[in-house]
Design a protein. Structure first.
Length: 534
């Protein structure tokens, strides 16, 4: 897509007219007129895979992303004093950024936190670093077996290291007290404001706990949610993972106490429950991604499968029968192959049809033989381009030289346009310009040359991933994603035409304004210069 300069008239939240304008964008709704000089109008940017509540926790909580060592993590933990009751909870550590590159140990936590349970999630969310107190409260000891789809890491003598991988994390995380109600609301709204500042009008919110969903519902009913949110409900480690069938006509119920009893039925103002989120494997950083061949830096290891094919098939079937779209986390080539071939069987058995939503989240490593499944069965792929830039040094070590495609953007586009761009925030930057720039450059952080340059895509295709194509991944592509009369008035206004500048300058662009449903929702969040007449 290409941005435009125009005067847009809005009625009832939709585009009523579009008239060309020179060197400016003018938006006129029923109450106000806004003019942005030397600016460009885009369809509202969409992030097809993020975690709104997680971003709120990141903004308000203990953030270890910048820690350069195990010792620096400890220092930051000691400075943090906002406990969840008596638990210290944080996230963001990444041993790949440390000099020694090895996993941290509970011993360092134990040396300063003897009586306070500590739970620190790795940056990718697929490993937890805990201390002895947390292990004791969870009843985990030397004799505790690994749960299905998880690992409790141990020393050679059987002593626990304090590292829990994938499903083993829940043995401890289930013991952590909930946040106070007022904190949850603050985190959700803080995250929404931060997304607006970065030009995002809509988010596909992944792994939403039904308990946390009730807070979103109450805020939506109160008219406080400023962006559009498509929720995909958490199913991982849940015995009762299927929820009651949702209704797709109007607001479910104005009484929040009723919605708290049946949160999954909600289809509201800015918030919709769209689907269910599953996990097929883990992540590359923790060697949990399921590979067809051994990890190059750890022979004999091929990662973890968190679901078997039969169980995944049955869950897809049950989810579709209950009115949900399906999203499945798959990073490794083995995990992607299982997901794609299970989706194929679902279509062949006529359980799914053209109106059903089947997505693969990440699709980072895909065997060339499996690409055709995306086009043959209209399977969607939600990509996070910035992962490529941050993962590259680690991915080279983990994957070595193999036939499977790594972060296959251009290869996928040859088969399908059912591809959306996202970030997986707060794991990566939630700025969509970072993802758009990554698609056009593939230059890893702190490097100068593109990694696997044959997978670079052009700027117009990159913009499509964050606008028009993104709506295909939530089945809401009929009224958004393009600037056309009758469409919803969701816009992102930038100070540059990204299709006319050097791709190296994409990140220098600034958000001037964000409109959702015809309203200037970020007016008090963005520092800008424009003419406004109320």
């Amino acid at each position: 897509m290409k941005p435009i300069q125009a005067e847009i008239i809005i009625k009832n939240g939709r585009i009523a007219s579009i008239n060309p304008a020179e060197n400016k964008v003018t938006i006129k709704n029923e109450k106000s007129k806004f003019t942005f000089m030397n600016s460009w109008l885009y369809p509202g940017f969409v992030d097809t895979h993020g975690h709104v509540f997680g971003l709120g926790q990141f903004l308000e909580g203990l953030n270890l992303n910048n820690a350069g060592s195990e010792e620096e993590c400890i220092e930051q933990c000691l400075k943090y004093n906002k406990y969840r009751e008596n638990w210290l909870v944080g996230r963001g550590w990444n041993q790949e950024l440390w000099n020694h590159k090895s996993y941290p140990s509970k011993k360092t936590l134990d040396s300063v936190f003897k009586n306070i349970p500590v739970y620190l999630t790795r940056v990718d969310g697929h490993a937890a670093w805990v201390n002895s107190k947390a292990l004791k409260l969870a009843g985990i000891n030397k004799n505790t077996p690994d749960p299905p789809g998880g690992k409790i890491l141990r020393e050679n003598n059987g002593e626990l290291t304090g590292l829990l991988i994938d499903n083993a994390m829940y043995l401890v995380s289930d013991e952590i007290p909930d946040f106070p109600d007022e904190s949850v609301d603050e985190m959700i709204l803080s995250a929404c404001d931060e997304l607006l500042r970065n030009g995002i009008t809509e988010i596909h919110d992944m792994d939403v706990s039904p308990d946390i969903l009730t807070y979103f519902i109450d805020l939506d009913i109160a008219g406080k949610i400023p962006i559009r949110i498509q929720s995909f409900l958490e199913t991982k480690n849940k015995k009762n993972w299927i929820y009651k069938k949702k209704e797709k006509s109007g607001l479910f119920n104005q009484n929040s106490s009723v919605t708290k009893r049946n949160p999954s039925m909600y289809y509201g103002n800015k918030l919709n429950v769209t689907g269910l989120k599953f996990y097929m494997d883990g992540a590359l950083g923790s060697r949990g991604a399921a590979l067809l061949d051994d990890y190059s830096d750890k022979p004999g290891e091929k990662g973890l499968l968190l679901l078997d094919q039969e169980k995944f098939y049955n869950r897809i079937k049950k989810g579709i029968e209950n009115g949900y779209g399906i999203a499945i986390h798959a990073i490794g080539d083995k995990a992607n192959r299982i997901c794609l071939r299970t989706y194929e069987q679902i279509f062949k058995d006529k359980i799914a049809g053209v109106d059903d939503l089947l997505r693969i989240e990440h699709a980072q490593i895909v065997h060339p033989d499996d690409l055709e499944y995306f086009s043959k069965y209209d399977i969607c792929a939600a990509l996070q381009p910035v992962h490529c830039l941050s993962d590259a040094p680690m991915a080279r070590k983990r994957l070595g030289d193999r036939i499977s495609l790594r972060y296959p953007w251009k290869s996928l586009l040859k088969y399908t346009n059912r591809i959306g761009g996202g970030s997986d925030f707060p794991i990566e930057s939630h700025n969509p310009l970072t993802g758009i720039s990554a698609l056009c450059s593939r230059i890893p952080f702190n490097e100068n040359e593109p990694w696997i340059p044959e997978e670079i895509i052009g700027i117009e295709d990159a913009l499509d991933l964050y606008t028009k194509n993104a709506h295909i991944l939530s089945q809401n592509n009929d009224r958004r994603g393009e600037i056309e009369i009758g469409n919803d008035a969701d816009f992102t206004i930038l100070n540059q035409n990204l299709t006319k500048i050097n791709t190296k300058k994409i990140l220098e662009s600034k958000v001037e304004a964000v409109f959702v449903n015809g309203k200037n929702v970020a007016e008090n969040l963005i520092t800008k210069k424009h003419l406004s007449t109320t």
